[in-house]
Design a protein around this ligand. Structure first.
Ligand code: GRG
Length: 295
């Protein structure tokens, strides 16, 4: 099955898990509406797609638990965008071409919607019917990926780096945490759900580390090659972060070469896994890698 058909089959069920969880377990009506608003705001769902495609690559069954873990991951991603858009952070009026959560519901409800999605993600995984050992690992790794060693640390470093000229290594470390760790979790969680051994989980995380960097390099490239409006950013917004980008540090051609290196490395590890693990078919992951290319 190609990845577009795979998305059409499976992503609506992730959507359903998110919406039914929020609907059932949020007591306050306005808070519920605000969470659903951002969930329905039209994200690409790349993280749940990567998670479910990884499960399927090992010929493992995509069951309700897999949809719930994928939903939890997208809820954490959605919370991070709501909080990232707040006046205290990026101060964006638009996200995905629509008014940001705080523009519609006010800052207090937007903060609480983010808090609710973050906390709810852990509640949702705790409610799966997985065995205790993979469930605990999934919860623990999600905390590590999203928290103060992962995405939150990356965001803190990003904000503090805005006023400095960063080296390429410093920039890569920020992105590795800020956006890379949730992408890494997607493949790791897919491997855990497919009951893969430690060495395979490590290889999956290596693939995801290259994907995470490719994701950010591509985003930086699209930022300079397409209009800011097409990316859903507010015209005249605070330009503070824009000096620390790959094109600024490397130039466009070297940035394109860096993107191709990450894509090549991800595909190389996929090919290695195909040689080593007989149940593994790398085709979906190769198609996923293609989505991280510039085109
Ligand atoms: C507030 C703790 C906290 C963290 C925020 C991810 C993040 C951390 C901020 C997003 C800032 C940003 C614009 C990063 C660049 C990478 C990027 C384009 C992320 C958006 O992810 P997509 O493209 O979003 O997967 P969609 O809209 O498709 O869901």
């Amino acid at each position: 099955m190609n990845l577009t058909d795979f998305s059409a089959t499976h992503l609506p069920l992730v959507e359903e898990e998110m919406v039914s969880f929020i609907t059932e377990y949020t007591s306050d009506e306005r808070l519920k509406e605000s969470m659903i608003y951002s969930i329905h705001a039209g994200g690409k769902r790349i993280r749940p797609l990567a998670l479910l495609a990884t499960v399927a690559s090992f010929d493992a069954k995509i069951d309700t638990s897999a949809y719930q873990v994928a939903a939890a991951l997208e809820m954490i991603h959605t919370y991070s965008l709501i909080h990232d858009d707040l006046p205290a952070m990026d101060n964006d009026d638009l996200r995905r071409g629509k008014p940001t959560n705080h523009k519609v519901y006010g800052e207090a409800i937007a903060i609480l919607a983010g808090d609710g999605l973050l906390t709810g993600a852990f509640q949702l995984i705790s409610m799966t019917h997985l065995a205790n050992s993979p469930k605990l690992l999934l919860l623990q790794q999600l905390a590590v990926s999203a928290g103060t060693q992962g995405m939150v640390a990356g965001q803190a470093a990003d904000i503090q780096g805005e006023t400095k000229d960063l080296t390429l290594e410093e920039l890569a470390l920020i992105h590795e945490r800020k956006t890379g760790r949730l992408i890494r979790y997607a493949l790791l969680a897919g491997g855990i759900l497919a009951e893969q051994p430690e060495e395979v989980l490590l290889q999956l995380q290596q693939i995801a580390a290259h994907l995470g960097l490719a994701f950010q390099i591509r985003d930086d490239l699209l930022d300079v090659t397409s209009t800011t409006e097409a990316l859903g950013k507010t015209a005249g917004k605070d330009e503070r972060a824009d000096k620390n980008t790959y094109p600024r540090l490397l130039g466009i051609e070297q940035t394109r070469a860096a993107l191709q290196r990450e894509i090549h490395s991800a595909n190389r590890i996929i090919a290695e896994l195909e040689q080593e693990v007989c149940s593994f078919d790398g085709e979906s992951l190769r198609q996923l890698v293609k989505r991280f290319d510039e085109k």
